[in-house]
Design a protein. Structure first.
Lengths: 229, 224
């Protein structure tokens, strides 16, 4: 196994393969980064909509709760296949990357909405009541009372979800999105030994994920310190 | 732009798919149990172990937490035969999931171990308890209540994670959905039915774990 890796290594790390792998790395990163930014915006909207009290908005609250519960309980692979076949059934011709991006956005929205909901609930009830007594609207309450306190609690888990998601996007290789895992499959099919190719892919994932994980841990420590002081 | 949903063709496969869901739960359960054993010893090594042991366990946890489970299983399934280790797809998936779960569960349980107060450990040491006795009689009863919610959450996530076994040809829920899809070509119907089954299975699992946690450990848990 080792002898074969050493023998193939010079050929494996040729210019074109390296560029191919770097582009694939970028796609992996972009997929989860775009998904999480979108998921944060949409998830925030969903989490806030669950806190509305108007009778007219009851259907919205129900739908939001159903959406969140649903997509947190469907595996990523199945969501991917559903989105893929729905677009095929509708006859729309969109790229595989867009299909993966849409499924990533759906799942990230559901998970981040739940994180933000927990963050909003972490602010004590009396603060919500006080803001209501001062005749603040929902937007004003969030802007001036809740978010200044809640963002410290929301940010660390959202960031660790983002890191978790970088690894989950590996499943997008199954519908043919050219990201890191797919690049590994292509190179393996070209005849390089699986140990070399998948070992390299594992290390590349580690290179993306590890610095972010360290940064996330530091962020968490800093925010925890800021909260307690 | 028109697509007519026809569930009639796939509802006959419902028992077949439900059998797949049972296999999914089995894989998740086996991997979780294996992961718990690794996690318990990992957490013990990280808390009480000496420096080299600590390094080794930290390296294992960091590596497995920062690489995707899918590629780990790819490596086990496709690369280990080079070294003369031939595994069936079921074994490869199970080993990959167990090792991956072991890393996450080590981290969860280590947090629990650290929450036990120093004084209690010292008191147990003074009573002449061995390491295993201390873990068994002092640490575990303490942390069971705190750790039950995150552990059951991890179990639900692992149940969803078993869907990647389908990629290696294991016939669990998603794998069987691929089979039905290939036979009937009613893709949207098949996969929405599969998604529904996953939702039902995880809802039932959450309910059972929640009730168990509430009555056994008095843990604060949501039931839905």
């Amino acid at each position: 196994m080792l002898a074969r890796i050493v023998a193939e290594a010079p050929e494996f790390f040729s210019y074109y393969n390296v560029v191919f792998l770097l582009e694939a790395m970028l796609a992996t990163f972009a997929l989860s980064a775009i998904g999480c930014v979108f998921g944060f915006a949409a998830g925030f909207f969903l989490a806030v909509s669950r806190r509305t009290t108007s009778h007219f908005l009851l259907p919205l609250r129900t739908l939001t709760a159903a959406f969140i519960e649903m997509f947190r309980r469907i595996p990523f692979l199945v969501t991917l296949m559903m989105v893929f076949f729905v677009f095929q059934g509708l006859g729309l011709d969109i790229s595989m990357f867009s299909v993966a991006l849409i499924s990533v956005c759906l799942i990230a929205t559901a998970f981040i909405a739940e994180i933000i909901r927990a963050g909003l609930e972490s602010v004590h009830r009396t603060q919500w009541d006080t803001a209501a007594a001062m005749n603040m609207s929902l937007i004003q309450t969030l802007r001036y009372v809740i978010m200044p306190q809640a963002w410290k609690i929301i940010l660390p888990p959202v960031f660790s979800f983002f890191i978790l998601f970088i690894k989950d996007t590996a499943l997008a290789s199954q519908i043919g999105v050219v990201e890191l895992t797919y690049a590994g499959k292509v190179l393996n099919n070209k005849g390089f030994s699986a140990a070399l190719v998948f070992g390299a892919i594992l290390i590349l994932y580690f290179i993306i994920s590890y610095p972010l994980a360290r940064f996330g841990a530091r962020l968490e420590q800093k925010l925890a310190a800021a909260r307690n002081s | 732009m028109s697509y007519t949903l026809q569930f009639g063709q796939v509802t006959g496969y419902l028992p077949y798919l439900a059998g797949g869901a049972w296999i999914s739960l089995q894989i998740a359960f086996l991997a979780f149990c294996g992961g718990m054993v690794i996690g318990l010893f990992g957490a013990m090594a990280k808390t009480f172990g000496n420096r080299p042991l600590n390094r080794v366990v930290s390296g294992y946890v960091t590596f497995f937490m920062n690489t995707p489970q899918l590629v780990q299983i790819y490596f086990i399934y496709f690369a280990l035969p080079d070294a003369g280790i031939l595994l069936t797809s079921y074994e490869a998936v199970l080993i990959g999931m167990t090792l991956n779960a072991g890393a996450y569960l080590t981290e969860i349980q280590r947090a629990g171990f650290e929450s036990v107060h120093r004084n209690e450990m010292e008191a147990a040491e003074t009573l002449g308890m061995s390491l295993m006795q201390r873990v068994r009689y002092v640490v575990l009863p303490h942390i069971a209540r705190v750790l039950f919610p995150p552990l059951s959450n991890q179990y639900i996530l692992m149940t969803l994670g078993t869907s990647m076994a389908a990629i290696f040809g294991v016939e669990e829920l998603t794998g069987r959905a691929f089979n039905v899809n290939a036979e009937t070509f009613r893709s949207i119907e098949v996969f929405s039915l599969t998604a529904g089954l996953y939702i039902i299975v995880t809802l039932i699992a959450t309910l059972i774990l929640g009730l168990f946690g509430r009555y056994m450990f008095r843990a604060k848990m949501r039931l839905y």
